[in-house]
Design a protein around this ligand. Structure first.
Ligand SMILES: [Zn+2]
Length: 253
């Protein structure tokens, strides 16, 4: 059975533009993407969007500091569990939940996916667990949700066939990873927050908030090399790019 890749949108966020592109002004509204990969040996979710609490009490959920610069636009029906319904997949059927990293807009929906093995870089788990309870970006209630956690270190081929491969891309956070997916339609790089926008890569424009600038820039160069090889780079939070991406149940690849 060929590997199938689908894109879903789990709400939007309005944030300062400088978060995404250093030294820029104003605000930007960006999509919160997640992806579903259907493989003969499992159903995989890459990132889980935001927590349901962001729909009902965003200020309480994000805290007084968080809500100043992170404004969710997130309605009932946009949470990841509801988006899976477009594919007639029940949340309990997801076998693997791969988190690019554990920021609230990437791991906030983890609790909605009860039976999956969570797959992430050990460095990300350790970093996230070391943050204070009121951290703006990392909420333990998002990701310390009881599923089995498979902590990997480095590249990881999920099904040992080269179709779904975790690629360490630290820089945005200490344990960030991206995902390479090979389908009959070609190779896709699901960047997560390792590359927010098309212009980030085109202009090598780093974000205003980044754990390791040098590492983040090295990741941009790796993405460019993959792009030159023919891989499609799936930018993490690009509103214009995202408008061109077919949503589930239409197949992306
Ligand atoms: Zn992030």
């Amino acid at each position: 059975m060929p590997v199938e890749l689908y894109a879903v949108t789990c709400g939007h966020l309005t944030i300062p533009s400088a978060f995404l592109l250093a030294k820029t002004k104003g605000w930007i509204t960006v999509p919160v993407p997640a992806y579903v990969i259907v493989h003969s040996r499992g159903k995989v979710l890459f990132d889980s969007g935001m927590h349901l609490k962001a729909q009902t009490d965003a200020a309480g959920y994000l805290g007084p500091e968080g809500i100043k610069a992170n404004i969710p636009i997130f309605s009932p029906g946009e949470e990841v569990a509801a988006r899976l319904a477009a594919l007639s997949i029940a949340p309990g059927e997801i076998t693997h939940l791969i988190n690019s990293h554990l920021h609230y807009d990437h791991a906030g929906g983890n609790a909605q996916i009860p039976n999956a093995e969570v797959v992430l870089q050990r460095a990300e788990w350790d970093h996230a667990m070391a943050q204070p309870d009121h951290d703006v970006a990392y909420h333990k209630g998002d990701f310390d949700t009881g599923q089995q956690v498979h902590k990997i270190a480095g590249e990881h081929d999920l099904f040992d066939d080269g179709t779904v491969v975790c690629l360490p891309t630290h820089g945005h956070t200490p344990g960030h990873q991206s995902l390479r997916v090979r389908t009959a339609g070609g190779e896709f790089i699901l960047c997560g927050d390792a590359c927010y926008l098309k212009q980030s890569l085109d202009n090598l424009h780093l974000p205003g908030i980044v754990a390791d600038k040098e590492a983040a820039l090295a990741v941009f160069h790796r993405f460019r090399a993959m792009q030159e090889r023919g891989a499609r780079i799936m930018y993490g939070h690009d509103p214009e790019f995202w408008r061109t991406i077919p949503q589930a149940p239409t197949r992306l690849g």
